[in-house]
Design a protein. Structure first.
Length: 224
């Protein structure tokens, strides 16, 4: 399956996937941009048929706290705008009707994010640990994450490798391995990492900009 962007609601694709006889034995999935975290939700919530490999191309697995081409850490205006967005991002109406709001992650108001984020806080196990989510994700053969080193769309770009701002501020970043999600192993990512199931790839270029040669050399093997 290939998804660039779609609804993140529970098992929205499950009826289509489960009824396709070609997928009965399992399938590989590739998500582009926001489609990446939505496909991860499918892996965690909808294990039938089983997802074998998940390839995230420029996905925002810890969400975003910034506007495209307007990184808050390098512009006072951008920083002010993103902080103003918080006043409405976690309202029930916005969370239910604006897809982008469902992966808005405010590190300055961690409690607000954890309480009112309908999608991201749930699949990242920020409120409670759902052992089924964890078991399903850990059943992947490989979870491949592609980061674009010159990305101007995703802020912070480290989210493409499951990194993010350290809680309580919006300047200093932490890697996945430094985060509570990993150290507390809420998703099983630490165990997957130890087992060689996590693959971190990087490529030069802006958001979703890669050559056919790079794709064939780096991603195609996980689709075979």
């Amino acid at each position: 399956g290939f998804i660039r962007g779609s609804s993140p609601h529970r098992c929205v694709w499950v009826s289509v996937l489960s009824q396709d006889p070609k997928l009965k034995g399992g399938y590989n999935a590739m998500g582009f941009s926001q489609g990446s975290q939505f496909l991860r939700a499918v892996a965690q919530r909808c294990p039938d048929p089983p997802m074998k490999n998940l390839i995230s191309v420029g996905g925002q697995h810890q969400g975003v706290f910034g506007l495209p081409r307007c990184p808050g850490e390098s512009s006072h205006i951008c920083d002010w705008i993103r902080k103003m967005l918080n006043s409405g991002a976690y309202t029930d109406t916005v969370q239910k009707h604006l897809v982008q709001a469902q992966y808005w992650h405010d590190p300055l108001n961690d409690d607000l994010y954890k309480k009112h984020s309908l999608f991201l806080a749930d699949i990242n196990q920020e409120r409670v640990v759902n052992e089924t989510y964890k078991k399903n994700l850990m059943s992947l053969n490989k979870f491949v994450m592609v980061k674009f080193l010159q990305d101007t769309m995703v802020d912070p770009v480290d989210s493409e490798w499951f990194g993010f701002y350290k809680p309580g501020q919006d300047k200093e970043l932490e890697t996945l391995q430094e985060s509570a999600i990993y150290t507390e192993d809420r998703l099983g990512l630490a165990e997957m990492d130890s087992a060689g199931k996590l693959v971190f790839l990087a490529t030069d270029g802006d958001h979703l900009q890669f050559t056919r040669e790079w794709f064939n050399d780096n991603l195609l093997p996980y689709l075979r």
